[in-house]
Ligand binder design. Structure first.
Ligand SMILES: [Mg+2]
Length: 234
């Protein structure tokens, strides 16, 4: 019998729904800019500021996996375009801190916490996110041995770097690990390519249908332990 040792978890749209979190954080971010940088708000509405951020990335592709630096540097440029000069970097950094703080205001999906607590008694849990959610700011982090963000390894899932980091910490083989996440490419295909098991989280209203690559899938956190159990017995 195969023994599963490691459970790695995606965060956004797996432990909580990300859309309301990001929408709220974007609103707080723009409201802050309205207060501190009115000339920027005159030049960019929320949509055009977002379009500028995407355009900035197309001109600075090296920032692709550095989403915090991407937001700070693109805002610095938008501020300069709006007439702010040497203060632009400071205003951008402050505004980013406002965004980041709001971005941590997550609401765990129903039954997530109790199931995570239960799983932590049997497995090592590690979170792997492409986003900039900071699990250490939440009480649920007590159940996780480690948490990694793509910007720490400069490579986002589906690249192997984050998965390899988790396997290395536990010192286990890929087939002793299960990755749990919502994204078909980043989570399911990324984990499977390395030989981990993958369980697809189908938790948001517009979740894609269960994918053939996924070993299991779940619609409710209460169903996850039995899915893990089934894979352990394979
Ligand atoms: Mg996700």
């Amino acid at each position: 019998m195969k023994k599963i040792k490691l459970l790695s978890f995606d965060l956004d749209d797996t432990l909580w729904l990300s859309k309301p979190v990001i929408q709220h954080a974007e609103q707080i971010f723009y409201a802050h800019l309205t207060d501190v940088a009115p000339a920027l708000v005159n030049r960019f509405n929320p949509d055009s500021l977002r379009a500028h951020r995407l355009d900035f990335l197309s001109r600075h592709p090296a920032l692709k996996h550095q989403i915090s630096q991407w937001r700070i540097k693109s805002l610095t440029e938008a501020l300069e375009l709006s007439g702010y000069k040497e203060q632009s970097a400071v205003i951008a950094l402050d505004a980013f801190e406002v965004f980041l703080k709001a971005r941590q205001q997550i609401t765990l999906l129903p039954h997530c916490k109790e199931v995570i607590a239960q799983l932590s008694e049997h497995y090592i849990l590690i979170s792997l996110t492409n986003g900039n959610a900071d699990l250490s700011q939440h009480s649920i982090s007590q159940y996780f041995t480690a948490s990694y963000q793509a910007e720490q390894v400069n490579a986002a899932k589906p690249s192997p770097a984050l998965f390899l980091k988790a396997l290395a910490i536990v010192g286990c083989k890929p087939d002793e690990a299960i990755h749990i996440g919502d994204h078909i490419v980043d989570d399911i295909s990324g984990a499977k390519a390395l030989g981990l098991f993958a369980i697809q989280a189908c938790l948001k209203p517009d979740s894609p249908a269960p994918h053939a690559l996924a070993d299991e899938h779940f619609y409710d956190w209460r169903d996850l332990p039995s899915k893990i159990q089934q894979l352990s017995l394979r």
